[in-house]
Design a protein around this ligand. Structure first.
Ligand code: SF4
Length: 732
């Protein structure tokens, strides 16, 4: 039974859906549609977990998937897949799949409703909030897990159609730092590498990255390197990758910026820069030189805890080798000063001329399967296609291409993720639409985040699973199809567009996110605005037009079949490209995207750690990926029997034996880990992998973010998950 108030809202704020849709909502359910397009016994699509973007051959019977194997001729993974990829189909079948829209009734219970009611309720209640509290009182939080076309649709529907000013993605949690760092340094969010660079480097420097378990197929690519490379890991923990590396620099947490400024200083002192490259392709070197003069070796040793000889050895490694590449992930990005740390690596690559050549680059490896699509096409941090909301010409161009009034395009940036949550706390945002993400688990300082979400007048969660922590708080749940149950494209870490395909039926009434956006657009009376947005492939053609002339130009990609034939295609691929090489890096011509075609050397004094350890809170908490079998909040990976067996079932904490001894903690004992925000229990795992004074918790378990401290990088607004002060004790 739908509450009377809700029925009135629906009547007041929505237009009629088409007769066909009202009477036959099931027509739009993928579960009722035959799986199409793949008469062959096998078809290739990219994996839907991480940003590596491995090609998987899905084997079909009567058009439906019956199994998969890694594709041996796909240029990314060359016949390899990690356990998550192998289990990608199995996580689709689960009793907690959302199979029908659910609406919370007057008694507070979620009860099934049909799609017509769901779409009308969505539009009616969002519009009612906007009428009462202003257009900006509703917002969305998106994802890096949906397709490029879906993210573009969400962004266009939210901003241009429904008048939401504020919308952000969960990519804010993982990739915002890299995106901002590239944008400021290069003039565009442009990771410069191809995966072949992993095989062509003489020295690979991994910073805050553990590819052995986080990007295992990329680590396999390192193993294929025939140049006997030096592999340097810079990480406070002795991670799996550090153990396999030739060099491990276990620096003090959050001393990385000092280390990289110190390396730059030492290179400059010794005259080990590429003066020609600096003069021809960069700006800001004089200021940078003066800045890093403040970081002599003794300061770097004191701040990082590293021996002088180790720092000198690394400086010499960079100087002595022709091809040096720098790779980073969350250890850099998830920091209160992540943008400047990323740029300190970019600076090292630029000043030594390690850019645009094989085996070089300052290379951010992305996290989610389509984080790159979210960064470029989701209408959150910039207008679709890498444009700027504040630029009148950009707004006019997009309005013309989409044939919409230019006034529909906001002239201001959206609030970031944490600003949206603060907006809820301040009563400015009353309605939130959460698509394919789980902030009640993954957001920093989780208890506060849950409290904030519970204050919403209307929370809509669109997800594959009804069991997520966020879906449990929702007023309306929209059941979504997942990877393998829909079509579209993803963009991987090396800028490769690749197709995903429907090889399985979504359960019950679940719809692709694309279909859900179509339904909402119709319920909102926006058919005319979105008349061209009829299918994912139609949207792909719109995105081609929007990309024209941009650094991410894809006008040379014909269609999905072209992507299929080519094994994916990296951007840029402008119309005149003709046949393009399978693996391409950027900046081979030394021309960047700023107006002067030069890269900027950017720098700033390091900031103090927001919550340093002290007598009461003597340990630093590090967080990160726990195992190769776990993905983020485990919403999907926990559904596979195989993946569950490959990872501990409950939270464990890595403690150095010295610290354990001091606290009287024995192996496998239950301990309490406590921060200023919360206390959680975990099993003690004693290991020298973490240094004394530090502990490590894997991020996949819901308890972990009850401890973390909500501080953010000032430029990227990315949360700083990696270091806060804690203490441990034996459980009573
Ligand atoms: Fe999928 Fe990433 Fe594993 Fe490749 S490495 S199979 S893309 S999860």
């Amino acid at each position: 039974m739908i509450p009377k108030a809700v029925q009135e809202l629906i009547r007041a704020h929505t237009g009629p859906l088409t007769r066909e849709l009202v009477q036959k909502p099931s027509r739009f359910g993928l579960g009722q549609l035959p799986v199409r397009n793949h008469p062959d016994a096998t078809t290739t699509l990219v994996c839907g977990f991480c940003s590596t973007g491995c090609g998987l051959n899905v084997h079909l019977r009567d058009g439906e998937a019956i199994g998969l194997s890694p594709s041996s001729d796909y240029p990314v993974n060359l016949g390899m897949a990690c356990p998550k990829g192998w289990e990608a189909l199995r996580v689709l079948a689960s009793p907690d799949r959302a199979t029908t829209p659910l609406l919370r009734n007057a008694g507070g219970k979620l009860e099934p409703v049909d799609w017509t009611t769901a779409a009308h309720t969505f539009v009616g209640r969002m519009r009612s909030l906007q009428e009462r509290h202003g257009a900006e009182s509703v917002a969305w939080l998106g994802t890096g897990q949906a397709t490029v076309e879906e993210l573009a649709f969400l962004g266009a529907l939210g901003k241009f159609g429904l008048g939401m000013l504020h919308g952000d993605g969960n990519t804010r949690q993982c990739m915002a730092t890299a995106a901002v760092a590239y944008k400021q340094s290069f003039g565009f969010d442009a990771p410069p590498f191809a995966y072949s660079d992993l095989e062509e480097s003489d020295v690979l420097i991994f910073v805050g990255a553990n590819p052995c378990i986080a990007h295992p197929i990329l680590w396999e690519r390192v193993m294929r390197n025939r140049r006997s490379p030096k592999v340097v890991v810079i990480d406070p923990r002795r991670t799996e990758t550090a153990m396999a590396a030739t060099h491990h620099l276990a620096l003090q947490p959050k001393s990385d910026l000092v280390l990289f400024y110190g390396l730059a200083q030492m290179l400059i002192e010794r005259g080990w820069m590429d003066e020609d490259y600096l003069a021809g392709h960069t700006t800001g070197f004089d200021g940078f030189r003066a800045h890093v003069a403040n970081y002599p070796l003794e300061v770097v040793c004191r701040e990082t805890g590293l021996e002088a000889a180790r720092i000198e050895e690394l400086t010499r490694l960079i100087h002595d080798h022709e091809r040096v590449s720098f790779w980073w992930t969350m250890g850099v990005n998830q920091s209160y000063e992540g943008v400047r740390v990323a740029q300190s690596l970019i600076n090292l690559a630029l000043m030594t001329g390690n850019m645009g050549r094989p085996g070089t680059g300052a290379n951010s490896i992305t996290g989610q399967c389509n984080a790159m699509g979210s960064r470029l096409f989701s209408n959150t941090t910039g207008i679709v296609g890498g444009r700027d909301f504040k630029n009148p010409q950009d707004r006019a161009d997009v309005a013309e291409i989409l044939d919409i009034p230019v006034e529909k395009i906001p002239d201001r940036d959206s609030w970031s993720y944490h600003e949206i949550l603060e907006g809820i706390l301040q009563g400015k945002i009353k309605g939130l639409w959460v698509v394919a993400t789980n902030p009640a688990h993954s957001w920093i300082n989780q208890d506060q985040a849950r409290d904030i979400l519970s204050r919403l007048e209307f929370l809509v969660v669109q997800d594959m699973y009804v069991s997520t922590e966020t879906a449990q708080l929702a007023h309306l749940v929209l059941p979504a199809a997942g990877w393998g149950e829909k079509e579209g494209t993803f963009i991987n870490s090396e800028r490769r567009f690749s197709p995903i395909k429907q090889v399985s039926r979504a359960p019950g009434q679940a719809l692709s996110d694309f279909r859900i956006f179509q339904l909402i657009a119709r319920a909102a009376g926006l058919q005319e605005m979105f008349r061209e947005w009829s299918s994912p492939e139609a949207v792909f053609q719109i995105l081609k037009r929007l990309s024209a002339g941009q650094p991410c130009d894809i006008t040379g990609i014909e269609d999905y079949q072209h992507l299929d034939r080519a094994g994916g295609i990296q951007w840029p691929c402008p119309e005149e490209s003709g046949e393009v090489a399978q693996e391409r890096r950027l900046f081979e011509d030394g021309r960047f995207y700023h107006a002067d075609k030069k890269a900027k050397l950017l720098y700033e004094a390091p900031r103090p750690m927001p919550e340093p350890p002290d007598a009461a809170w003597p340990l630093i908490l590090l967080t990160g990926r726990g195992s190769v079998a776990q993905w983020h909040t485990q919403t999907r990976t926990a559904k596979s029997d195989v993946l569950r067996k490959l990872a501990p079932t409950s939270l464990y904490v890595e403690i150095n034996p010295t610290d354990a001894r001091k606290a009287g903690i024995e192996p496998q004992q239950t301990v309490i880990v406590e921060s200023r925000r919360a206390a959680v229990s975990a099993k003690a795992f004693l290991t020298p992998q973490v240094a004394p004074g530090q502990i490590f918790l894997p991020m996949h378990y819901p308890e972990v973010n009850r401890l973390t401290d909500a501080v953010f990088d000032p430029y990227s607004k990315q949360p700083s998950y990696k270091a806060c002060a804690v203490r441990i004790r034996k459980a009573d």
